[in-house]
Design a protein around this ligand. Sequence first.
Ligand SMILES: *Cc1c(COP(=O)(O)O)cnc(C)c1O
Ligand SMILES: [Zn+2]
Length: 441
Amino acid sequence: MRKMRRKGLASMAVQTAETPANSTDGTVDLGPATALSCRECGHQVPLGPVFACEECFGPLEIAYDFSAYDTEELRKRIEAGPANIWRYAPLLPVPADVATKPNINPGWTKLVQADNLARELGVTGGLYVKDDSGNPTHSFKDRVVAQAIEAARAFGFTTLSCSSTGNLAGAVGAAAARAGFRSCVFIPHDLEQGKVVMAAVYGGELVGIEGNYDDVNRFCSELIGDPAGEGWGFVNVNLRPYYAEGSKTLAYEICEQLGWRLPDQLVVPIASGSQLTKIDKGLKELIGLGLVEDKPYKIFGAQAEGCSPVSTAFKAGHDVVRPQKPNTIAKSLAIGNPADGPYVLDIARRTGGAVEDVTDEQVVDAIKLLARTEGIFAETAGGVTVGVTKKLIENGVLDPSLTTVVLNTGDGLKTLDAVAGTGLTATIRPNLDSFREAGLA
Ligand SMILES: *Cc1c(COP(=O)(O)O)cnc(C)c1O
Ligand SMILES: [Zn+2]
């Protein structure tokens, strides 16, 4: 039954859009990307809007040819590149002239040296917050959508779509607006208002689905196989292999911003687990290319207790991830059936990291802690990573004497409800007596 459904998906996935825009012989120019390769069995197929292996139904990912690169030349080329993700174009599935195409150009966000937070948490080896709230639509999703847009162009899609927990819908809407695609995106109907408005304002179509993210995702898989979805590029379904590569740029930026150095420990949020697995891929590529020294690093995954299928499996020592029904304020991470869950488990175990979760109350406390110490207002996903970092230090799992990078992947303005109790210190009449009475003098 399960196999049947996956097989259905795989064969649907092979349907392609009309003639690829920039090719006549079926080959597309996506820079150093050479093929799609199955993560399970290694079977390779040509670059196309396909996401599942025709042999074993495993997920496909991009294979590259980096063999022509000279390390020092590549480093210079990157350093001379634009202050956005396209500085890493030689390592991404995009055409060489990508920076000239209409795109919202995300990335090169701040790596904040978080000394105040470090003091509070007892970190002595250097603590940094990679603050991806600084992206054009205020979440890390702009990175992945930027890759998907290039693939959509190459494959001749005319409509961009996605299933989203909120941030992705906004990122697709904005990118489509700028690049001249139609967009029609799908979200659970009960998301935070900030996310709904952010997704709607760019003028594309926004559809609320009565159900949770996993229901939305299932619906999109059906739409892809239906004539109604013809010509549609679903950034996180049939364009997923391309989309996913965008997360590598977080790894590249963190290392370059540390002076081409690997951090010792990274704390990364988990929704589908894609970001975490591609950060690992990006770090391995930098090591392979000689851009950073080859030394061990540990990757820690962070979830909210109310949607913690991966941390539950990690703690139980399981290799499979049992789906959960999400119930947490960290809605951007509320994927109960994470596609990359098993790969996250592998990476956490292989690198000597861990996967941990925190309660919604701890998420709120961590949002306030980060704001109070570093002046960074994170969305709930940032509360999850900071909260998990604190918990891992308290439990002796994360080593405070090592260089640690914590990801904040979104902006607190999108999840104001989470800190709704925060507000005025006092309300006074406009005179000094009233000010003194309030005890503020
Ligand atoms: C989507 C998202 C993530 C990570 O998603 P993955 O599916 O695990 O790649 C992290 N933080 C925020 C704010 C997100 O919107
Ligand atoms: Zn396979």
